[in-house]
Design a protein around this ligand. Structure first.
Ligand code: DX5
Ligand code: ZN
Length: 220
């Protein structure tokens, strides 16, 4: 994957579910780079959001990369369906799968960017063995499950660690950061080394979502 300056991935979890078509249009018109899909199963996290049918129906409406964050147990049972539905990137939780190596290899074999993520209590050291396989490392800066939470700033230490590991080892995975990103917090995320910023409530509750993206992209 080609690295660029900061990318923004608005999350549909914070959109109005009665009008996802417009939500995708707003992302496109506002300069969003990826469309972030928060898939929740009511088991790995408390809420249930949506499944692969959402991607399938929205796929014809956008050429932007569909960035799928699977907050589900047994992701290995579902990745095939998400690939078929049009996912470009699939990120799985290290806490949710045992045979992560096999799963990440499967994604790469199917030309899907392979992402790994961890909840705030999981250290970066859990990922060491799989760094060579990943295209995206997603740092959760809230406990997964809801949009609109306050960022847990301590999690940004993991972003710094990942930046150092990338540099030292020559990896080229994206460092994506997810949870509580807004005008007050984005600067710390960029300073730590965040490269892709997920924005849920701060994007969809803004009166001018394009201005939020312009502010962040122009801010550094
Ligand atoms: C949290 C999700 C996030 C969430 C971010 O479980 O993974 O992607 O939608 O929402 P905000 O930006 O409102 O914290
Ligand atoms: Zn997410």
């Amino acid at each position: 994957m080609q690295q660029q300056p900061v990318l923004i991935a608005p999350s549909l979890l914070a959109a109005n579910f009665s009008d996802m078509r417009s939500a995708v249009r707003v992302i496109e018109r506002s300069g969003g780079d990826w469309i972030h899909f928060d898939v929740m199963d009511g088991s790995f996290v408390p809420e249930i959001s949506f499944g692969c049918r959402m991607l399938e129906d929205l796929r014809p409406l956008s050429g932007l990369p569909f960035d799928v964050h699977l907050m589900i147990t047994h992701p290995e049972k579902h990745v095939k369906d998400f690939i078929r539905a049009g996912a470009d990137h699939i990120t799985i939780h290290v806490e949710a799968a045992v045979h992560i190596h096999r799963l990440l290899s499967y994604l790469k074999d199917n030309n899907v960017a392979a992402g790994i993520t961890m909840v705030p209590s999981t250290p970066v050291s859990e990922l060491v063995e799989i760094f060579p396989l990943v295209d995206i490392v997603l740092v959760m800066t809230v406990n997964p499950g809801f949009s609109g939470q306050t960022m847990i700033a301590e999690c940004l230490k993991k972003v710094v660690q990942l930046k150092d590991i990338k540099k030292k080892m020559g990896y080229n995975f994206y460092i994506e950061v997810d949870g509580g990103i807004n005008r007050s917090t984005y600067g710390r995320v960029l300073d730590a080394g965040g490269e892709v910023l997920v924005m849920g409530s701060s994007f969809f509750s803004a009166s001018d979502p394009a201005a939020e993206i312009a502010f962040i992209k122009g801010g550094k």
